[in-house]
Ligand binder design. Structure first.
Ligand SMILES: Cc1cc2nc3c(=O)[nH]c(=O)nc-3n(C[C@H](O)[C@H](O)[C@H](O)COP(=O)(O)O)c2cc1C
Length: 168
């Protein structure tokens, strides 16, 4: 049985989950541990066109708080609706996030770049802002690409495809 505070938090999370989003996977290199990091994020949002800025939020409980600091290169991948399994894989702590993932690590950009996404934003952390139990990562978009692939959607705790949504 959960206490009233946990129940209140769950109710707020459920209400916030009524707002549909896309799904992203954010990738970076952890130079200190010489490893790759990556996580599934739906808090991504556009902020500014000039300068080109986006934001996303990172849980204060994340083991990667020391990675996403000002200047850190990272790629925000907007997932296609064929990448649902990858979304769950990158949301699972303690697994090999990159197992079976088609990605490139080249000299061109110091973060893993995943193939076959709807869009990709090549970013560097501009500012880390206080966001309560999350850090708000304000990121500068250095370059981007986009495809015609249909995006993966997330609403009410479920992943779905744009194809299965009908016009109102
Ligand atoms: C659809 C979805 C959206 C998520 N969005 C976020 C988010 O915006 N910020 C965040 O910190 N974690 C988010 N998570 C949780 C992380 O993906 C998850 O905690 C992941 O394991 C963190 O990576 P770690 O293994 O490095 O801890 C989300 C999970 C899912 C399934």
């Amino acid at each position: 049985m959960s206490d009233p505070q946990q129940q209140a938090q769950r109710a707020l999370r459920n209400a916030l989950g009524a707002f549909p989003t896309g799904v992203t996977v954010i990738t970076a290199r952890d130079d200190t541990r010489d490893s790759l990091v990556g996580l599934t994020v739906n808090s991504f949002s556009s902020v500014s066109l000039d300068p080109a800025l986006v934001l996303w939020s990172l849980s204060c409980k994340s083991p990667n708080l020391s990675v996403f600091v000002p200047g850190r290169a990272h790629v925000i991948h907007v997932l296609a609706d064929t990448q649902k399994d990858m979304a769950y894989q990158f949301a699972s702590p303690g697994v090999d996030k990159y197992a079976g993932v088609d990605y490139q690590l080249t000299e061109a950009f110091p973060a893993p770049v995943i193939e076959a996404c709807t869009a990709r934003f090549f970013c560097e952390v501009h500012q880390v802002l206080d966001g309560g139990d999350h850090h708000i990562i304000l990121a500068r978009v250095l370059r981007y690409d986009a495809s015609d692939l249909a995006p993966l959607l997330f609403a009410k705790g479920q992943m779905m495809s744009l194809d299965t949504c009908t016009a109102p």
